[in-house]
Ligand binder design. Structure first.
Ligand SMILES: [Zn+2]
Length: 66
């Protein structure tokens, strides 16, 4: 055995923690208790998201037309 033997070294410094929100959050909408994923950084759940995409595909419903 000699002193020139290469030895592996453990990674120093530890593992960098991921940027996730650890605390459990719920939807910001009053009365909604939907839990938000810690990976979801929004304030509202999917149902109460402020941005709404209307599902009108070229047809605008007119009262009395149906
Ligand atoms: Zn909600």
């Amino acid at each position: 055995m000699s002193d020139t033997t290469l030895k592996g070294r453990r990674i120093q410094g530890g593992v960098r923690p991921s940027k996730t929100i650890e605390m459990t959050r719920i939807c910001a909408d009053s009365g909604c208790v939907t839990k938000l994923s810690k990976y979801n950084r929004r304030e509202f759940c999917f149902a109460h998201a402020p941005v709404k995409f209307p599902r009108v595909r070229g047809r605008i419903p007119i009262d009395g037309a149906i």
